[in-house]
Design a protein around this ligand. Structure first.
Ligand code: PLP
Length: 457
């Protein structure tokens, strides 16, 4: 492909992408395939001779599209959203073209500097305390990670280093391995699996703190565990709070937990992977109160802030704490370009409108569920996630979800809350409108009707 062909093919691809997204709701949201479907559709080896672009693009519809779960279909309500917007996609093209590996300032000054400034812009949109903003003289600042999982790992490694240094400052004879074997980290029993994995990689103990009946960690539970562990000679050093847990979008009580972590010299990291985007709206910002006690804070603009994957924003209060632990890979893509394009083309007001619209859609779905006495809401609906179930057994709800998945008209995934099988309905696609919600509910109630009819016979 030379430049002339690239011009032509690139324009065709833009049309293909726009057509795909404009017509996405006509495709079944979930594929109708068995695992291993793809291997038989393409050769076992790479071609020896070059093939034509036409042949490849034909295979996109033949091989790839049948196996795509359409995350940007307005009938996709599974997991949490994956952000998508045209400005981000266009910026990603430019990122690919510049193709720098920005591992140091000199490796591409614009890459390093735009990232720092974008994290400041975003931090200010969230009204983060001044200590997290780099500015020109700040000690804190932000960095783009690939995922929330990486941010959690980085924070845990930084906290581990800091704890070892602190113990050795008091007792220089203690070896690092001796200290490491005593370190203990904490997180909610509702935390994402990536938090536990961070402890596994960081080779430290991690204890799960039980949550209250709103699935949130309260101070008393953490305090009790910390005291028990200190009495047993262990060294509590890290707590990962969650704002917007994966199963039910619950919020740990930062204003209680933060002071405790500070008193105990424990690093507090906040994982707000999904919910963080909502804090650009003043009405949701109180959910972030207590961030001033945190050492690090992270959320994924690639989930809910219209910046395509991957873009996970992480801030620290003291950059010095994570120098050497900024990120796992050496190389960095020019990811801040997509933030820059999105923030400028939407403006703060456009971003707020997106969040508010999706929260309103979740509330609309919640009202439909509440109006039907056969169903129950299983957790408070704070943002764009509704957890609900049929009143009845786990088996009944499993069967309902099985039928929903098989129908391929809408896509949901379940979660477990207090041992109960619960259906999660997350507002995901940017193009989801009220009529999609109404249609989804109609579909769920139709399947429910059939299921209950069969069950009664
Ligand atoms: N933390 C929470 C609360 C999440 O909900 C998720 C994913 O949904 C993650 C972490 C993992 O995110 P990532 O894929 O960016 O690592």
């Amino acid at each position: 492909m030379d430049a002339a062909e690239f011009r032509r093919r690139g324009k065709e691809m833009v049309d293909y992408v726009a057509d795909y997204l404009e017509n996405i709701e006509k495709r079944p949201v979930y594929p109708d395939l068995e695992p291993g479907y793809l291997r038989s559709l393409i050769p076992n080896e790479a071609p020896l001779e070059p093939e034509s672009y036409e042949d490849i693009i034909k295979d996109v519809e033949r091989v790839i599209m049948p196996g795509v779960t359409h995350w940007h279909s307005p009938y996709f309500f599974a997991y949490f959203p994956a952000a998508s917007s045209y400005p981000a996609m266009v910026a990603d093209m430019l990122c690919g073209a510049i193709g720098c590996i920005g591992f140091s300032w000199a490796a591409s000054p614009a890459c390093t500097e735009l990232e720092t400034v974008m994290l400041d812009w975003l931090g200010k949109m969230l009204q983060l305390p001044e200590c997290f903003i780099a500015g020109t003289h700040g000690r804190g600042g932000g960095v783009i990670q690939g995922t929330a999982s990486e941010a959690t790992l980085m924070s845990l490694l930084a906290a581990r280093c800091k704890a070892v240094r602190r113990v050795q400052a008091i007792n220089a004879k203690k070896s690092e391995s001796e200290i490491l074997s005593k370190l203990v980290a904490y997180t909610s029993d509702q935390a994402h699996s990536s938090v536990e994995r961070a402890a596994l990689i960081g080779a430290v103990m991690m204890r799960k703190v039980p949550t209250d009946n709103h699935y949130a960690v309260r101070k008393e539970m953490l305090k009790k565990m910390v005291e028990e562990d200190k009495a047993a000679g262990l060294i509590p050093f890290y707590f990962c709070a969650t704002l917007g847990t994966t199963p039910s979008c619950a919020f740990d009580h930062l204003t209680e937990l933060g002071p405790l972590c500070n008193e105990e010299n424990m690093w507090m990291h906040i994982d707000a992977a999904y919910a963080g985007s909502a804090f650009v709206c003043p009405e949701f910002r109180p959910l972030l109160n207590g961030v001033e006690f945190a050492d690090s804070f992270n959320f994924n603009p690639h989930k809910w802030l219209l910046v395509n994957f991957d873009c996970s924003a992480m801030w620290v209060k003291e950059r010095a704490d994570i120098i050497g632990h900024w990120q796992i890979p050496l190389g960095r893509r020019f990811r801040s370009l997509k933030m820059w394009f999105v923030f400028r083309m939407y403006g703060l007001k456009g971003l707020q409108a997106h969040i508010r619209k999706q929260v309103a859609l979740a509330k609309e779905f919640e009202s439909l569920v509440r109006a039907d006495k056969r169903f129950e809401i299983c957790a408070e609906v704070v943002l764009g996630l509704v957890c609900f179930r049929l009143k009845g057994s786990n088996e009944l709800n499993q069967e309902l979800l099985k039928r929903i998945t098989k129908s391929r008209e809408i896509h949901l995934v379940p979660c477990q809350l207090s041992g109960r099988f619960v259906l999660r309905f997350a507002i995901c696609a940017r193009s989801t409108e009220s009529h999609h919600i109404q249609q989804a509910w109609q579909h769920i109630t139709q399947l429910t009707f059939e299921l209950l009819q069969e069950a009664s016979h």
